[in-house]
Design a protein around this ligand. Structure first.
Ligand code: NAI
Length: 717
């Protein structure tokens, strides 16, 4: 029997407590959230419900979280399998809370603290041996829904069995990647990550570089998120940075590098003014009307944001990270100066900390990759930029820092697409061996677009009769952005109607072929239009939770033409109302922002699966492929009642409300025809293609397609 925790009590409903509660509720756990009073908990959770980006996949999930004051929460605490403390970062407050809840806790309940830097052993002070055996630090990252890292911090009193059970639970049920850290101030993330944030500001000020220049250098160019340095400070909040820094300075008196926590001049100025970042509406950046302003680090006034003129960033930008950094360090411009000031010292500091704060350099690197979005952590970066000495990483082993080597972690359950060996390749996809006879087809077109070539090659491959289960996915950042719009535009402009019809038929038939085979589509990122049509034709869809899924063809003046309109009609034939809802979704081009919403909108079937762990998509898809039985959907339910009239009424309402335009209505007319007049699936396929012929002859549709190709945004005409 699965005896992992089901009931969780989160104490503290602030930024983190609410975020953790929401994340666990999203995953289907029973969650109670407590705070000092009823009013406080309701007010704090009310703010969390409006968070941007949202904490919840679908708003209804918020209703499953029970709210109470700590005073009225004792029953929930008594019943809890896990109590997760996330109150203010004050040692005495946390200790008082633990003394209050200790008598209530079940003997076998997990208990953890979400401190960002207080040593866990200090929090155990005064507690019973049983409590001390169970208390661990569970340092979540903000926002928990989107950041998978969790630093797990045991103490010397922790029971290894508890630590192991907790790790398993967090990895299997809570969609986390767990990195164990030593019980030292700030653990790995804040000790090094926060230092790195302060140090960038010091380097910028010393070299006289601008906020924009440093953000451009410390963004994707260095393999880091777009927020760079200063934008990140605004997001995190200068007040929080200062609190963490003060704490680290007082707790690490022997660490010479903590002198970088002395507030930089601009930082001190902003703190004094209360301009602590996004929370205050301004920090290093400020919005004025439509204008984005940035702080001038010398004059300390705001000025219009200036596009940095750093040509070397563009020139080196396309090279792999290692080359970019190596060559960047040699540059005689601002980029080179910054890199020479920042990088060697940062790497030295990581080396200085290594033995004290982490169990392996791999753990250290993972924290920076998963918690801060760096492409490579400091030790992998050291390997990239240093030619002297043995590298830290050597394939499946790594240096133990003492002259020997140790194996790197082997975690096949988290395998990504590139972990499976390529056994075959065409111009448009690679075939990889997942083991146990399962093949992974990863499309290699840009954004997983289903081009005419991909449809042809994939059809040939599947027809070549190589039996066995298949996982269909993509090697790009998204499963698929759709069918090839450029082809449609070119062919429509040249009036090659017969060719368009033939290619659509090929796409539809590829879908039919996929539906007859043991296929699982492993989808992530975008799963749109033609890509969605192919995914949903597979026997099963396994979706990453953040997948944007749907059929937005109406946005380019078309209807789904690769079988998507027919499939939506087929799956919504339970009632006239359901059909009208499907039309409304399609004509407005509504796309889900995540997999749970896709289910709500009818883009995921009952049998399709959301793989909530972001790093388990491929292994789950493989597991499902081994048991999936193809169930081609060929039925065609007749729908009784005045469906045509109901659809028209719904369209008129949308027109009146200004939600659709006249041209959308023209598109919807074609959709209505497929929905109402089709005699069966094949007939619906034929009607979809005929609709394409009509709509592609329309100037407004062509204008929409052109606009989408040029700007990536829909044109509303
Ligand atoms: P916050 O200030 O947003 O929320 C703290 C909440 O705890 C407040 O709602 C407060 O009313 C409540 N509280 C205070 N004393 C309480 C008590 N005795 N009983 C019940 N509730 C009580 O703080 P935030 O940012 O959510 O931080 C919470 C913890 O998470 C801190 O230890 C912090 O260091 C840590 N953390 C914060 C991160 C962040 O990005 N904000 C990231 C990771 C960890």
């Amino acid at each position: 029997m699965d005896n992992s925790p089901r009931n969780v009590v989160v104490i503290g409903a602030g930024t983190m407590g609410s975020g953790i509660a929401a994340h666990l509720a999203n995953l289907g756990l029973g969650v109670t959230l407590l705070d000092v009073s009823e009013d406080t908990v309701h007010a704090a959770f009310g703010r969390a419900k409006k968070a941007k980006p949202p904490h919840f996949y679908v708003p209804e999930t918020a209703d499953t979280v029970k709210l109470a004051s700590i005073e009225h929460g004792s029953v929930a605490i008594r019943e809890a399998d896990w109590v997760c403390e996330a109150i203010v970062e004050k040692l005495e407050a946390k200790k008082a809370l633990f003394s209050l809840i200790e008598p209530l806790l079940r003997d076998d309940a997990f208990v953890s603290t979400n401190t960002s830097g207080l040593e866990i052993s200090l929090l155990c002070d005064g507690r019973s041996p049983s409590f001390r055996r169970r208390l661990v630090g569970t340092h979540f990252f903000n926002p928990p829904r989107y950041l998978k890292l969790l630093e797990l911090i045991p103490t010397t009193d922790s029971d290894p069995a508890v630590v192991e059970a907790m790790t398993r639970f967090l990895e299997e049920r809570c969609a986390r990647r767990v990195v164990p850290a030593k019980d030292t101030p700030g653990f790995i993330a804040n000790r090094f990550g926060m230092w790195s944030m302060f140090f960038s500001v010091h380097c910028a000020e010393r070299l006289g570089l601008s906020v924009e220049e440093v953000d451009a250098i410390t963004g994707p160019f260095m393999g880091r998120p777009r927020s760079g340095s200063f934008r990140l400070n605004d997001i995190v909040g200068l007040d929080i940075m200062q609190d963490i820094a003060t704490n680290l300075v007082s707790r690490c008196p022997h660490d010479p590098y903590t002198k970088q926590f002395t507030p930089p001049r601009s930082f001190e100025y902003l703190l004094e003014k209360g301009w602590i970042g996004d929370k205050a509406g301004q920090g290093y950046y400020r919005r004025e009307g439509r204008e984005l302003m940035s702080l001038d680090l010398q004059g300390l006034g705001y000025r219009v944001r200036q596009e940095p003129q750093l040509s070397s960033l563009v020139e080196l930008g396309r090279k792999p990270l290692a080359e970019r950094l190596r060559e960047g360090l040699e540059l005689r411009d601002q980029v080179g100066s910054f890199l020479r000031s920042y990088l060697p010292t940062a790497l030295e500091y990581a080396e200085y900390l290594r033995q004290d704060i982490c169990h392996s350099v791999e753990d250290f690197d993972r924290v920076m990759m998963w918690g801060f979005g760096w492409e490579a952590g400091p030790f992998e970066t050291t390997d990239m930029v240093q030619s002297r000495g043995a590298p830290w990483y050597q394939g499946s082993t790594m240096s133990d820092g003492l002259g020997g080597t140790v194996p790197r972690k082997s975690e096949p359950q988290f395998a990504g697409i590139r972990d499976f060996p390529v056994v075959e390749a065409t111009a448009t996809f690679r075939v990889r061996d997942m083991g146990d006879g399962v093949r992974l087809i990863g499309t290699t077109t840009k954004m997983g677009v289903f081009t005419v070539g991909l449809v042809k090659e994939l059809t040939e491959y599947l027809k070549s009769g190589q039996a066995g289960p298949i996982v269909l996915s993509s090697e790009s950042r998204s499963f698929s952005a759709g069918f090839d719009l450029q082809f449609l535009l070119d062919a429509a402009q040249d009036k090659r109607s017969a060719e368009i019809d033939a290619e659509l038929q090929n796409l539809q038939q590829l879908g039919v072929l996929l539906s007859t085979l043991p296929t699982v589509a492993a989808v992530f990122g975008h799963c749109l239009g033609g890509g969605y049509e192919m995914a949903t034709s597979c026997a099963l869809v396994a979706a990453h939770p953040e997948t944007q899924m749907g059929l937005p063809e109406a946005k380019v003046g078309l209807i789904p033409g690769g079988g998507g309109a027919a499939r939506m009609r087929q799956r919504h034939d339970s009632s006239a109302k359901s059909i009208v809802d499907a039309v409304r979704t399609l004509v407005t081009g509504t796309v889900s922002s995540n997999a749970d919403e896709a289910r709500k909108l009818g883009f995921m079937r009952r049998r399709d699966v959301t793989v909530y762990h972001p790093d388990r998509l491929f292994t789950e898809a493989k597991r499902l492929a081994l048991t999936v039985a193809p169930q081609p959907e060929t039925h065609w339910g007749a729908v009784t009642g005045p469906v045509g009239g109901m659809i028209e009424q719904a369209l008129q309402d949308l027109l009146k409300a200004g939600e659709i335009t006249e041209h959308d209505h023209t598109v919807a007319e074609q959709l209505r025809h497929v929905f109402v007049k089709s005699a069966g699936l094949d007939d619906a396929f034929a009607k979809e293609r005929a609709a394409f012929d009509v709509l592609l002859a329309h100037g407004l549709t062509l204008a929409r397609i052109r606009h989408m190709l040029e700007t990536g945004k829909p044109l509303r005409n």
